[in-house]
Design a protein around this ligand. Structure first.
Ligand SMILES: C[S@@+](CC[C@H](N)C(=O)[O-])C[C@H]1O[C@@H](n2cnc3c(N)ncnc32)[C@H](O)[C@@H]1O
Length: 214
């Protein structure tokens, strides 16, 4: 299952305000999010260009900026980007599609992408990984977060609104194999149980991967 970018964009345009209100401070309640983002920022260092792809209202970009990362954000939904601009002063945001990135080859030091692949089919996940690999500099770092498992749920209401969103959970094996097939190395998977009362009760996965040096 998976939805086309136009349909996903329409859904997030409609949800943007509520999503921003609900998720703006989420990392404060999620210790593992903070741990992986701090590690990412240490490994990237300062003054090197990093993109948050599928940034939503910008909470992850903001967390990384506060750690000193030179971060920019990109999303499909203009309304999500409006939220991000308002909530995250000083961070550049632009519209774009993770399946067809408008960046030069080998131009980006790091990519972070939290829960942006959840509306993709498996083939689209492969396309997104190929795009991230293409734009990363050799030695560049990719940090991905997603719902771990093997099912697709149809979300008919979310944040008090009627929605039509298909959310796909991927196994960590599938994601790791896909990254490896794309050419990534140093693949490291971290999986955790959901934080009760804080988030949707799904297992969460974070994956670090690097584009190898020649
Ligand atoms: C579940 S939200 C995650 C937002 C944010 N990263 C977070 O962790 O809360 C999914 C986001 O990915 C964006 N998105 C979905 N498909 C995309 C695509 N093909 N290209 C860029 N952004 C996309 C949506 O517009 C939405 O803002």
């Amino acid at each position: 299952m998976g939805q086309g970018p136009d349909e996903v964009k329409k859904q997030y345009d409609m949800l943007a305000k509520e999503y921003g209100d609900a998720f703006a401070g989420e990392h404060e309640k999620k210790p593992m999010d903070r741990e992986v983002l701090r590690r990412f920022s240490r490994e990237i260092g300062k003054g090197r260009p990093v993109w948050d792809l599928g940034c939503g209202p910008g909470q992850t970009a903001k967390y990384l900026k506060d750690l000193g990362v030179e971060i920019s954000g990109m999303d499909l939904s203009e309304k999500m980007l409006d939220e991000a601009v308002t909530r995250c002063p000083g961070i550049p945001f632009r519209k774009g599609n993770l399946l067809d990135l408008e960046f030069e080859n080998d131009s980006v030091a790091g990519v972070v992408s939290f829960y942006a692949i959840i509306h993709f089919k498996k083939e689209q996940v492969e396309t997104a990984f190929r795009e991230v690999f293409r734009v990363l500099r050799p030695g560049g770092l990719f940090l991905l977060a997603f719902h771990a498992g093997e099912r697709t749920i149809h979300v008919e209401t979310f944040l008090g609104k009627k929605t039509d969103l298909h959310v796909t959970f991927f196994t960590t094996d599938f994601v790791a194999r896909c990254l490896e097939k794309t050419g990534f190395a140093g693949i490291e998977v971290i999986e955790r149980a959901p934080y009760p009362g804080v988030e949707y009760p799904s297992r969460r996965a974070y994956v670090f991967a690097a584009k190898p040096l020649p």
